[in-house]
Design a protein around this ligand. Structure first.
Ligand SMILES: [Zn+2]
Ligand SMILES: [Zn+2]
Length: 261
């Protein structure tokens, strides 16, 4: 049994075969999926999908998030933030705020706007008592700074972790979680020591589909069924039994996001 703790099933690349993607996920043992929103309109699409598949047989159980991705921070309006607040507060299957954070690699939005929106997501998560899903790329220092401001009052996960040891230590010291994607399966991946150093009770796995398909699917569309490849690689890197890795990553995600209802 596995959880895909982060994917974007509302992405247009799933439009033609979303149901098939869900069937394949369950057939691959992925019983629970967290569907992550990228902006206000997308958060509405996410909850639409959650409502559509609720109670349906032969698909995994889905939960969702509401938030504005740092790429989209520059275009976010107050209405988007109102939508996100309402969904995060009122929708029974929205279990986290995000994804939010900082992306200084692509820098699709101005850094100051990203930081300000990240702080607002942290405040909303604190207010609602929900965990926050954080994206950080080439922004270790700024992310650590914002975590240190509010991270003791909020539970969070650094998703698709690609940062350095200092950011990881900051997050772990605050009691936060770290989640890995198919990036750890790439030959070029250079941080296997960091993967080994994370305590087992702080680790989750995710696909971030449709992005970042793990080897041997690299370069193609990713999908939740492939989260098993991330778990397999985690087991190899950490020298652990695959069943054990599947067990604790599933338990962590279920507990952290409260994927029980
Ligand atoms: Zn992300
Ligand atoms: Zn994402």
């Amino acid at each position: 049994m596995l959880v895909d703790s982060h994917c974007h099933l509302t992405d247009p690349r799933f439009e033609a075969d979303r149901r098939g993607v869900l069937f394949r996920a369950l057939a691959a043992g992925v019983e629970r999926i967290l569907v992550v929103a990228s902006n206000g309109a997308d958060a509405l699409s996410v909850t639409g999908l959650l409502d559509e598949v609720e109670g349906m047989a032969e698909v995994p159980r889905l939960w969702g998030t509401a938030g504005v991705h740092p790429h989209e921070a520059g275009g976010a309006k107050e209405e988007d933030l109102s939508v996100i607040r309402e969904l995060a507060r009122d929708h029974p299957r929205v279990v986290a705020v995000g994804e939010t954070g900082l992306d200084f690699h692509y820098e699709h939005s101005p850094r100051a706007v990203q930081e300000s929106l990240f702080r607002r997501h942290m405040a909303l998560a604190e207010e609602l008592g929900l965990p926050v899903v954080v994206h950080s790329r080439d922004a270790d220092e700024a992310t650590a700074r914002i975590l240190l401001e509010g991270g003791t009052r909020v539970r969070g996960v650094l998703h698709c972790f690609t940062g350095g040891e200092a950011l990881m230590d900051t997050a772990l010291d605050l009691g936060w979680m770290v989640s890995f994607t198919g990036i750890i399966t790439f030959k070029s991946y250079g941080s296997r020591d960091l993967v080994r150093s994370v305590p087992g009770d702080r680790l989750m796995v995710e696909t971030d589909a449709p992005y970042l398909a793990p080897a041997p699917h690299r370069g193609r569309r990713n999908e939740p069924a492939f989260v098993s490849r991330v778990a397999e690689e985690l087991a190899v890197i950490r020298g652990e039994d695959l069943n054990e890795v599947m067990g604790y990553t599933t338990g962590n995600a279920v507990c952290f996001f409260d994927l029980t209802s």
